[in-house]
Design a protein around this ligand. Structure first.
Ligand code: SAH
Ligand code: SF4
Ligand code: F3S
Length: 455
């Protein structure tokens, strides 16, 4: 392949799904940069379009095919103008339904699963040479991270860093173990080196990512194995880094070392996304979650003892096969008991190939709908109370850039709430105390404390 001047080719990436897909999309752009591909804001006229897909819920395939229909027209227009658009489908739908994608959309050039992104340049070369499609959905023996170039495009003040991929937990409802494969942890030194580079590029907050991030058990510098608590201690020493977070965690993988890290590391933010899914032991067992509601309550208590200002967030599924009204009430009870600062809740969506999808006791949509509405009303109330409880407090805010209105600057509280204040954009990158004056359902506003305003 000829070496091209940087930016000679235009690459447009469309990203659906979780933050790991966001991270992966950036890494695919990194791996294509040496081939001359530079990011393009729109697919019109692009030389390559990557659709990075998600399979977690709902009609993932239908959504994909409707988007592909649109891209097909752009691809045809590009061909009519004498150009060529390479169309690639990546991510979890590609992994789960690769063959079907090529059967239904033969104009797709490349189908690639999440573990093969390091092979993208070679696939592009093959697609450019051959007329036919290239498909890579095996789980390669090598770890993609060992073969991807160092992340190059700066992410800004708040950055994501994937430390772990895949999952061995096999919750009854979830496609992740099938689409992302077995759990793999990156070595500690690779993570620390990437964190250092992110900080050098201006990151002040790093969020460690993984489908089951607290299961991370990476190779230690001395050849042993570290857990996430140990890794966080190490990252907390990086000069210039102000904040650490990690997501998403499984309650069963929350070990004492990690709980202690919440006690000992002030820069580990007091906000934890710890999905519980259900408050019913019967449903938790059917989900293969391997913990009870009481286990979760005990863990929440332990974490709050370690870090008294810790705010908890969660995911819930209503209407898992076999969920009775009493099971659902147990979920509401757990929510009342824990008191969440924020949460996501979903109707159970059968995923092809997962155990729950084949269970006989599927619930009608109307029941799921009604339970979801009731759960969300309760959770919304808790979030509103949590936000209202911040009014009058002085919270450190890490500013990231321009606010919603002119003259405003925006940032995040320790609890991940967006905060807007009157102030100059050049505060971006700094963590400054803000007196919180008002709470909206999803954000806060406030004023810079007096000393700061005078400075
Ligand atoms: N690894 C994380 C979650 C990954 S998926 C964990 O272990 O909790 C993000 C959320 O999507 C899950 O927490 C779950 O609440 C939801 N989810 C996953 N599969 C689902 C399905 N089949 N139907 C509805 N919601 C689902
Ligand atoms: Fe899916 Fe999370 Fe369960 Fe793994 S732990 S199977 S990613 S829900
Ligand atoms: Fe979706 Fe795959 Fe992430 S299914 S949530 S993109 S791991």
């Amino acid at each position: 392949m000829s070496t091209l001047e940087a930016g000679a080719r235009r690459l447009h990436v469309i990203t659906w799904g979780c933050q790991m897909n966001v991270y992966d999309s950036a890494r695919m752009a990194d791996v294509l940069a040496p081939l001359g591909y530079a990011p393009a804001p729109v697919p019109e006229g692009a030389d390559m379009v990557i659709l990075n897909t998600c399979h977690i819920r709902d009609k993932a395939a239908e959504k994909l095919f409707s988007e592909l229909g649109r891209l097909r027209r752009l691809k045809e227009r590009r061909a009519a103008d004498g150009g060529r658009m390479i169309l690639a489908v990546a991510g979890c739908v590609a992994q789960a339904e690769g063959a079907e994608i090529l059967a239904r959309a033969p104009y797709v050039d490349i189908v690639l699963g999440p573990q093969t992104y390091h092979r993208l340049p070679e696939m592009v070369a093959r697609a450019a040479r051959a007329g036919g499609a290239v498909i890579e959905t095996d789980f390669p023996a090598e770890q993609k991270f060992d073969f991807l170039p160092d992340a190059s495009a700066p992410q800004g003040i708040t950055a994501f860093l994937t430390i772990q991929e895949g999952c061995d937990r096999f919750c009854s409802f979830c496609v992740v173990p099938y689409t992302r494969g077995a759990e793999q942890s990156r070595p500690a030194m690779a993570v620390i080196a990437e964190a250092r580079r992110l900080v050098a590029q201006g990151a002040r907050e790093i969020t460690l990512l993984g489908q089951n991030v607290n299961a991370w058990h990476g190779e230690a510098p001395d050849g042993g194995v570290w857990g996430l608590g140990r890794l966080l201690r190490e990252l907390a020493e990086l000069p210039g880094l102000l904040r650490l977070r990690y997501t998403t965690s499984h309650p069963r993988d929350m070990d004492d070392e990690l709980v202690t890290a919440h006690r000992d590391l002030p820069m580990l933010m007091p906000f934890l996304h710890l999905p519980v899914q259900s408050g019913s032991d019967h449903v938790l067992a059917a989900m293969n979650r391997r913990h009870t509601a009481a286990d979760y309550l005990r863990l929440a208590e332990k974490l709050r003892t370690a870090r008294p200002d810790l705010a908890l967030s969660s995911d819930f599924i209503v209407g898992h096969p076999g969920e009775t009204e009493a099971d659902f009430q147990a979920t509401l009870d757990l929510v009342r008991e824990v008191d969440f600062a924020q949460a996501f809740s979903f109707k159970y969506s059968p995923r092809p190939g997962t155990p729950a999808a084949g269970a006989p006791s599927q619930l009608p949509d109307a029941a799921k709908e009604q339970r979801l509405a009731e759960l969300q009303a309760l959770l919304r109330g808790q979030q509103a109370r949590f936000n209202a409880g911040c009014v009058g407090l002085t919270l450190p805010v890490l500013f990231t850039g321009r606010g919603r209105h002119p003259g405003q600057v925006a940032g995040r509280s320790p609890f991940l709430q967006p905060v807007h204040v009157l102030g100059a954009e050049d505060l971006a990158g700094r963590e400054i105390p803000v007196e919180i004056a008002a709470a909206l359902p999803n954000s806060l506003s406030g004023t810079l404390t007096e000393e700061r305003a005078r400075a």
